[in-house]
Design a protein around this ligand. Structure first.
Ligand SMILES: C[S@@+](CC[C@H](N)C(=O)[O-])C[C@H]1O[C@@H](n2cnc3c(N)ncnc32)[C@H](O)[C@@H]1O
Length: 250
């Protein structure tokens, strides 16, 4: 495994970073920005997620997309594992601002864009060897539309994690629960109402949605961190950036 991106920093830089961190009213991810300087998020992806989400040990040469990046833990991890290019998107402006604080601290080349998953396109973003789609599916009103968008720009593998449920009475039939007004969420000691959770599916439903949009070799990765799936496109190729000669911004 590569070295951590966080390196030793000068006291003045540490002070500046500390001020940036404190200025933010909310952090989701805990990310080590420098020795003993960790963003105060309530989700610790290093211990609670990373061991269970199926990331390849090495990502050398890959073009990677991190969808719903929050402060960017998985983007920085992909870079640390050798990814050639890491693009991150999030639909919430504050996420991108906090991502950029971490990016500066880690001297990372990963780039975050304020973009909704529904707005991903081949023309603007190119294609990706690996798409990380963690903790977003249940936030979407239109999960199949989002999966179609991801399929259209994936030329390799998709890793997906989401909240799910299993009910022995339903077994292997596809089933999803719709929450029109959200669910309770957050850390155990500070529960709050999250109105942005809409669909919670069982494993069979997630598998069937992935197959429906065209993914193949769909595997569920067992573990304690929600429903995690690995899938791939039928004919893999190498990820490529958007073609600048075709004016992808227009
Ligand atoms: C629960 S967090 C997951 C963060 C990170 N992927 C992880 O697994 O630790 C969900 C993130 O997805 C973002 N998000 C929600 N809906 C989105 C959408 N339609 N398009 C892009 N990002 C979205 C949220 O702003 C938030 O940062």
């Amino acid at each position: 495994m590569s070295e951590p991106l966080s390196a030793r920093i000068e006291p003045s830089q540490r002070q500046w970073l500390q001020a940036q961190i404190e200025r933010e009213g909310y952090w989701f991810h805990r990310i080590e920005l420098a020795p003993d300087l960790i963003t105060p998020g309530w989700s610790d992806p290093l211990t609670q997620k990373l061991p269970f989400f199926g990331l390849p040990e090495r990502m050398d040469g890959m073009r990677v997309l991190d969808v719903g990046c929050a402060e960017g833990f998985f983007s920085f991890e992909a870079e640390r594992r050798g990814a050639r290019e890491v693009i991150a998107i999030d639909s919430f402006p504050d996420s991108v601002r906090r991502f950029n604080i971490c990016r500066a601290a880690l001297d990372s080349r990963a780039t975050a864009f304020l973009t909704n998953v529904y707005d991903l396109s081949l023309r603007a973003f190119g294609t990706f060897d690996l798409i990380m789609f963690f903790g977003v599916l249940y936030h979407l009103r239109n999960p199949i539309l989002a999966l179609e968008k991801l399929f259209s720009i994936c030329c390799g593998r998709l890793l997906l994690q989401t909240h799910g449920f299993e009910d022995p009475a339903i077994g292997d039939q596809s089933m999803a629960r719709f929450y029109p007004f959200g669910i309770e969420s957050g850390p155990p000691e500070k529960r709050s109402w999250d109105p942005t959770v809409f669909w919670v599916a069982n494993g069979a439903c997630i598998r069937d949605m992935l197959a429906h949009v065209g993914f193949t070799d769909i595997e569920q990765i067992p573990g304690p961190a929600g429903h995690v799936f690995r899938a791939r496109v039928p004919t893999p190729s190498a990820g490529t950036p958007p073609d600048q000669t075709k004016a992808p911004w227009n």
